[in-house]
Each structure stands twice: as structure tokens, then as C-alpha cells.
Design a protein around this ligand. Structure first.
Ligand code: UDX
Length: 459
């Protein structure tokens, strides 16, 4: 099958490479000439495990090519995927200007029947508007159909998610749309269910799925707040809940809240869509509020230990990416946390296994020290904060860290470390929703000195 993919961001580039790997002839299209040239040289604009190899393999096999010309790129294609960004607009809704621009250009260039499929995450009603825009811009009478095929790819695992999805959702204009046959041929080899529905339901499935996962995260984070007050352990509570098959263990990891290019924007956009439909989605308001609060409450722990003024203090921060296995720092809670520490006057030493370069761009205006390793970051710091859930941080050599820090204090924003191991190693340990040695009764009133007494007293 001949396929065109417009937009070579996370979704478009992974999509194009996997479609090609399935044996299709694929053209990736992007208006950014520099980006296209880089991809053609085998340099990926994003960090995604296995992507560079997959792109090069399919380029070498002659199944995958890239161009900046939409007109040339879609000319032979039977299916055209729209994979451009839909960033968050000023009012919280999705900014659809890239989608509209692409729809207009497709209309102007269309010269034979094609199925135009939107993969970008878009609010309800968008695909119908895409149809109208393409129609309005046709230069000649030509038939086409639209379809909605939202993606559910997780950064860091997107190739595997695309190859082995839990389900594939496709919305069509009508039950007898010609697009159905085309989509069936494209996804025929997948063993998981194909959910076929109307355009509007497909659009809402995408937002509802992301918002539900975000709700799970905010829910467990609130349970964590309760656990802290009640002297329980949120990790054990999450395990006990997750073993119920109706609940499931995934997305019940407490922490600093959700970040990234999808959850914050999509939850906010769904809330806006609801408001536009004259429905006040109360639960989503709570989900967003808890997510903000979660970071602030963790920050409060640092302040409860050091006091309001962090001037003269040095804090080592591990993890800048919005989650593990990516270099993406968009809407990263870690980045916001680093800014908050600097705002309170702290010196900040940071390390991330993949996201140092991307973070430098984001934090360009903030004076911090970029370090080469976890241990380099800990050198001379007064405390260590774990902000992103990278696997390698679980294996920290605690004895080494202890010799590098001026005080043995760890703030674990992802409950990543083994509590017993950390405490036995002689650290004052702050975590999320757990009764650690630092979370003793009325800990808000303790001074740094009294923590030291407690720490030493318990060993
Ligand atoms: C998400 C969806 O999972 C994916 O289906 C959609 O297509 C795009 O958005 P992604 O943004 O790559 O994928 O990240 P995800 O793994 O879902 O994590 C999102 C955020 O939630 C991260 O900041 C992560 O740290 C946080 N998270 C995740 C938690 O705090 N706890 C959890 O249990 C899971």
C-alpha cells in the first residue's frame, strides 16, 4: 500500500517507519527542511529506542523516503495520515492551526481518490471540519474520504506499541465508507481488536483514554496524601488495589504528578471540549488540581527540612525528562521543580541519562550546573532529589552517594528507592505517601537539627 505521513514528530516518524516495516511504501512529509535532511542522514530529531535503526533499515530497503513537498508526497498515496502537532492553546483548548493548514494544502493538491486519516489528537468534530476544508480547497472534482485513527503510543515504547497495540480505533464517516476497506487492508495482520465507530466517538476515545489514565495517577497521588497523614504506605496500598483485575496495577505509581506532551494538554483540552458542550466535567477539574498540588506538596517537604530560604543550599536533582526512557522535557514536572528550587535561591546540580541537551534548551535562562552522572550531581550537595523514574536511579550506590553529599538526605519524588535500604544506609528519607523515617509525627515542625538527632538516634 502507498502511504503518506504528514508530520515527522513522535507519532508521524514512528508511524511512517512502522508502516514501511510492514511492507508498505511510505513517504514522510514535513515542512521543516532541516529536520527532513537530518532524518535522511539517519539522525533522528527525537530520542526513541530503536527508531534510528528502523528508519535506516526501511530507507535502505527503498520503502521509506522523506520530502518537504506535500503535493509530491501525497501524489501516489492511497492513504494520507495527518500527524501534525496539536499544542495547547492559551485558553487550554487544542490549537488546531497545523491541522487546518495541512487540510487546506491536501485539498489544493488532491488529484485522485485518497483516504485522509487524522492521527493527531483532536477534539470532537475536527474530522468533520477537515472534510469541509479539503472540499472547500479542491482544485478539481475528486472523491475522498476521511477517517479518525487516534494513536495511543507511549514515548520510549512507541515502536512496540504501534506494532502490538491493545486495540486500534478507527472512526469512519458512515458504515459504508470506502475507507473501511483501505483501513482493513492496512491493519489486517494485527491480532488485537479493531474498534470501528463513527468519527466523533473515535475522537472522544482518545481523549477519554488519556484522561482516565491521568485520573488514575491523580487518584493514587491523593491516596498517597491520605497515607502520609494516616501513617500507611501508598506503595502497598497501590499493590493491594492493583491486584484486583478490575482496577489493574498500571498507572498507580505515585509521584510528582503526570507531565509530558500528552496528559496535561489532553486533560485540559477534554475539559475545554466539555465546557464548550455546556458540560462541567467536575472530576477532570479535580484531576488537574491534584496534579499541580502534588508537586507543591513535595516541594514543601524540601522547605520543611531546610526552611523557606534555600540560599546557600545546593540540591542535586536526578532526572529532567518528563518520564524515563525519553529525552523529552515538555511539561516535565522535574523542570518545573528545578525552577522552583532556583526561585528559592538554591544552587542546583542536575543529571539526566538522556535529557540534558533538551533540558539545556528549556532551562536556558536558569543558572544551574549540568553534571555527567548521578554521583557528579551529588558532589557537595546538601540533599539529593529524585525527580524522574529512570531505572538506573534504583541502583544508586548509596554508600558512595553518602560520601558525596554534605548531609545524608534524599527526597524521592518517585518512590523509586528501596525504603529499607535507604534508611539502613543512614539517610533521612522523604518519599511520597510513605511512612519513612523523615515522615515522623508532626514532621513539619522539625528542624534540620532534630532530623539529625533522629537519624543518629536510630542508628
Ligand atoms: C501517554 C499515553 O500513555 C499514551 O497512550 C498517549 O498516546 C500519549 O500520552 P506518554 O506521554 O508517552 O504517553 O507517557 P506515559 O507513560 O503515559 O506517562 C505520562 C506521565 O505520567 C509521565 O509524567 C509519568 O511519569 C506519569 N506517570 C505515569 C505517573 O506519575 N504514574 C504512573 O503510574 C504512570
Amino acid at each position: 500500500m502507498k502511504i503518506a505521513v504528514i508530520g515527522t514528530g513522535y507519532i508521524g516518524l514512528v508511524g511512517a517507519a512502522v508502516f514501511a516495516d510492514w511492507g508498505n511504501n511510505v513517504v514522510g512529509i514535513d515542512i521543516d527542511a532541516e529536520k527532513v535532511a537530518k532524518i535522511q542522514r539517519g539522525e533522528m530529531p527525537i530520542f526513541e529506542p530503536g527508531l534510528s535503526e528502523l528508519v535506516l533499515k526501511n530507507v535502505d530497503a527503498g520503502r521509506l523516503s522523506f520530502t518537504t513537498s506535500l503535493k509530491d508526497g501525497i501524489h501516489d498515496a492511497e492513504v494520507v495520515f495527518i500527524c501534525v502537532g496539536t499544542p495547547q492553546g492559551d485558553d487550554g483548548s487544542a490549537d488546531l492551526s497545523y491541522v487546518w493548514a495541512v487540510a487546506k494544502e491536501i485539498g489544493q493538491a488532491l488529484d485522485s481518490y485518497k483516504v485522509i486519516v487524522t492521527k493527531s489528537t483532536v477534539p470532537v468534530g475536527t474530522n468533520e471540519r477537515v472534510k469541509e476544508i479539503v472540499l472547500e480547497n479542491l482544485k478539481q472534482p475528486v472523491a475522498f474520504d476521511v477517517a479518525s485513527n487516534p494513536e495511543f503510543l507511549r514515548e520510549g515504547f512507541s515502536i512496540d506499541d504501534m506494532r502490538n497495540p491493545d486495540r486500534t480505533v478507527v472512526g469512519f464517516e458512515s458504515p459504508d465508507s470506502k475507507a473501511i476497506d483501505v483501513i482493513h487492508r492496512l491493519y489486517a495482520h494485527l491480532e488485537s481488536p479493531l474498534v470501528e465507530c463513527d468519527l466523533r466517538s473515535a475522537e472522544i476515545i482518545k481523549y477519554a483514554s488519556n484522561a482516565f489514565l491521568a485520573t488514575k495517577i491523580s487518584f493514587i497521588n491523593e491516596i498517597g496524601q491520605l497515607c502520609e497523614k494516616a501513617g500507611a504506605d501508598v506503595n502497598i496500598v497501590a499493590k493491594g488495589m492493583g491486584l484486583d483485575k478490575r482496577i489493574g496495577p498500571k498507572f498507580l505509581n505515585p509521584g510528582l504528578g503526570y507531565g509530558g506532551s500528552c496528559f496535561p494538554k489532553d486533560v485540559s483540552a477534554l475539559y475545554r471540549v466539555s465546557t464548550d458542550q455546556a458540560y462541567d466535567f467536575k472530576l477532570l477539574r479535580g484531576v488537574m488540581e491534584v496534579n499541580e498540588l502534588q508537586r507543591d506538596l513535595f516541594f514543601k517537604k524540601v522547605k520543611s527540612y531546610f526552611g523557606e530560604d534555600l540560599a546557600g543550599k545546593t540540591i542535586a536533582c536526578l532526572g529532567l525528562a518528563f518520564k524515563q526512557n525519553t529525552d523529552d522535557v515538555r511539561e516535565s514536572i522535574s523542570i518545573k521543580f528545578v525552577r522552583m528550587l532556583r526561585g528559592m535561591g538554591a544552587n542546583v546540580r542536575v543529571f539526566d541519562p538522556e535529557a540534558l541537551d533538551t533540558a539545556k534548551k528549556d532551562l536556558g535562562d536558569v543558572a544551574i550546573t549540568y553534571c555527567e552522572s548521578e554521583y557528579d550531581a551529588a558532589k557537595g550537595a546538601d540533599a539529593l532529589c529524585i525527580l524522574t523514574e529512570w531505572e538506573q536511579f534504583k541502583e544508586l550506590d548509596l554508600d558512595k552517594i553518602k560520601t558525596l553529599l554534605t548531609e545524608p538526605v534524599i527526597f524521592d519524588g518517585r518512590n523509586l528507592l528501596d525504603m529499607q535500604r535507604v534508611q539502613e544506609a543512614g539517610f533521612t528519607y522523604f518519599a511520597v505517601g510513605r511512612k519513612t523515617n523523615a515522615m515522623v509525627e508532626h514532621n513539619q515542625n522539625l528542624t534540620k537539627k532534630s532530623y539529625a538527632v533522629l537519624r543518629n538516634g536510630s542508628h
